[in-house]
Ligand binder design. Structure first.
Ligand code: GLN
Length: 495
């Protein structure tokens, strides 16, 4: 029999419904797995909640016994520590929120728990979701379970990608069946690619941002991460939907994403953007991209060349807009209302001392860049200009979608890198996001599916970009890609 921790969410739901297994058994197996990962020092959890998980699992079994099980009843999940959870410490992986215990629940986690999801704990991330590696966490970096894939480099500890580093590592290590992530500029898709799992960032407005600690509000969006396309669809169907508490959540019906799975892609047009073939990219990345196109062609889709002419401006535009919004959002951490306070001689001293002690280096860098681009005299040159180019980027996509139904690209330039690498050179780190930030700027959905292994043995995924509110097409194409790729590799560490 398959190990309980190897089951997909879909398989586990079947077994739970058939009474082959109980939610308590499933949760206990995952808690044991979490403890094993903890012994291996993967540093996935910031706050484990095993007692709560056991309690939720018991309640889940009781609900199922009387025929009242929800769509995710009894499924053990990891929650990115950016989602406020009522009564459970929520840190955003920042020292400044070290002792913050929310008095309310985020809408997304509320929906997951309302459908019976079990919370194993709050997992690690880059501080305030600013990063592509997990290393900016005030709680130390998450270690990828893929570390040691190459025996010659067994001592090299790898990043799982970021900022949803704990979420991706938990799923790859088989200690959680699914996880929440957030994606402002790639934080679901890049860690999914590095960790050999699936992650979807839905359309801006599809999931409520209520109770998700804000990084850059016009780009932030919650999404699901799991080991199969079907599992991410199942989770997203629960997480999505209009919420009057978030003015940017959109009041459109959530389709039955599961119905799209396994559907034919015959006759669909898949765009390959010319501008994504950039210099200096790992040749294996391009080879995998070609392989993905071949898989979809074989499945009956037509591959069409497209153009996204303003692609080269996306990264600089993102690194103006995201820090600008961050500098404004993070102004609230002033030592008065929540979290840390460091006393000073007067109010200004107290603000400065609190913020200096509370924020890590990368967060301070973003606040400074953001404050600069918004300041009088520079606003027009940077922020306003960036907003204008953002519109052109969005327009590129609208035009491209007249020629195709979905766009296929790599999610990142290469495979997982070592902890410490790129750390002293922020620009190198920002380049990680060159293929992911474009769709955030345009507000579009994107999914990353594992497609193969690089020569170094590490997983590589491919990204599909869709039209606004058309996650259904993305799930359909992603499931064809998943089927054709047949990715089954497991990391050296699994529970
Ligand atoms: N790596 C990008 C950044 O640092 C994206 C992060 C995210 O999507 N949260 O801003």
């Amino acid at each position: 029999m398959t190990k309980l921790t190897d089951l997909t969410i879909t398989e586990a739901v079947h077994k739970l419904n058939a009474k082959d297994i109980s939610a308590v058994e499933l949760t206990d197996a995952h808690i044991a797995a979490c403890e094993k990962a903890d012994k291996a020092a993967l540093n996935i959890f910031i706050t484990p909640t095993y007692d709560l998980a056991r309690h939720q699992a018991k309640e889940s079994d009781a609900r199922r016994a009387v025929g009242q099980a929800g769509a995710l009843d009894g499924i053990p999940l990891a929650i990115k520590d950016l989602f406020c959870t009522k009564g459970v410490r929520t840190t955003a992986a920042s020292h400044i929120l070290n002792n913050f215990v929310p008095t309310y629940e985020s809408t997304v986690t509320q929906k997951l728990f309302g459908a019976g999801g079990v919370m194993l704990g709050k997992v690690n991330l880059d501080e305030f979701a600013m990063g592509s590696s997990g290393v900016t966490s005030a709680f130390g970096p998450t270690i990828s379970p893929w570390s040691g894939t190459d025996p010659a480099q067994a001592a090299r500890k790898l990043v799982p990608g970021g900022s949803s580093s704990g979420s991706a590592a938990a799923i790859a290590a088989r200690i959680a069946m699914g996880a929440t992530g957030t994606d402002t500029g790639g934080s679901i898709r890049q860690p999914a690619s590095f960790s050999g799992i699936v992650g979807i960032r839905p359309t801006y407005g599809r999931c409520s941002r209520w109770g998700v600690i804000a990084y850059a509000s016009s780009l932030d969006q919650a999404g699901s991460m799991a080991r199969t396309v079907g599992d991410t669809a199942l989770m997203l169907r629960t997480m999505a939907g209009f919420d009057p508490k978030d003015a940017t959540s959109v009041d459109v019906p959530v389709p039955d994403y599961l119905a799209a799975l396994g559907g034919s892609v015959k006759g669909m047009k898949i765009g390959i953007p010319h501008e994504y073939r950039i210099d200096g990219i790992n040749p294996e990345t391009n080879a995998l991209w070609d392989k993905g196109a071949a898989i979809l062609r074989e499945a009956g889709a037509e591959i069409v060349p497209i153009n996204l002419p303003h692609t080269k401006y996306a990264l600089p535009v993102y690194y103006i807009i995201a820090p600008a919004e961050a500098s404004s959002n993070l102004a609230r951490y002033d030592g008065v209302r929540f979290g840390l306070r460091v006393e000073g001689e007067n109010l200004n001293d107290m603000y400065a001392a609190t913020r200096f002690a509370g924020f890590g280096k990368e967060v301070r860098r973003r606040i400074m860049i953001g404050t600069y681009v918004l300041s009088a005299g520079y606003y027009d040159a940077y922020y306003r200009k960036a907003q204008r180019v953002r519109r052109l980027i969005r327009h590129d996509f609208l035009q491209a979608f007249e020629k195709c139904d979905a766009i296929l690209t790599p999610p990142s330039p290469g495979t997982a890198f070592a902890i410490g690498e790129k750390q002293d050179d922020p620009l190198q780190m920002y380049l990680e996001d060159v293929f992911t930030v474009t769709l955030n700027l345009a507000g579009l959905p994107g999914i990353c599916v594992p497609v193969g292994l690089a020569q170094n043995g590490l997983p590589m995924g491919l990204q599909l970009i869709g039209r606004a509110f058309d996650e259904t097409t993305l799930f359909k194409v992603a499931s064809a890609l998943e089927k054709g790729a047949g990715f089954t590799a497991k990391p050296p560490f699994t529970a």
